[in-house]
Design a protein around this ligand. Sequence first.
Ligand code: 5GP
Length: 178
Amino acid sequence: MAGPSGAGKTSVIKKALESVSLHLSVSATTRPQRAGEVDGVDYSFITDEKFEHLVEEEAFLEWEDVYGKRYGTLRAPVEDALERGEDVLLEIDVKGALDVKRKVPEARLIFVRPPCEDHLRERLAARDTDDAAEISKRLEVAPWELEVGDREFTEKIVNDDLDEAVARLIRILKGENA
Ligand code: 5GP
């Protein structure tokens, strides 16, 4: 699942997982931990050196530079969950999602978008986690993400109303006619 920064992916996923049971992948990242984030739960926060080491070990299913930091999906926990028969949800960027689709053709691509681009700026400013430079970096990439998401992703969720977006994600995850 992907979408531009500020589209509300994390909120939609967190709420949907109250009703659907699946394995939510915890990514590794080199970006600094934000207030309120828990290491090992929201992300595994690691150094550049450690990330590089994991890249060399081919420990990542996919990894990307996103907004100037590195983020990656560790292969082992995903494979373990699949072996246990669980579905796996990745919350990753657009490039990473397309890479996963190339490697795992049966993966489904779900795109979360805001009702309009102005909402991204408002949401990013309102959540107060990123400074102005970080917000600009994220907004700069948004038009490309929205274009590719519309074109390449099979399932789309417009996050206008949170409850409706959650209900739609639940239907998609349960394989119901969304
Ligand atoms: P944030 O810094 O706001 O938590 O995340 C920034 C972006 O990185 C989001 O689009 C998020 O989905 C993406 N991201 C998080 N984890 C991964 C990952 O493991 N791989 C990739 N490719 N992107 C990720």
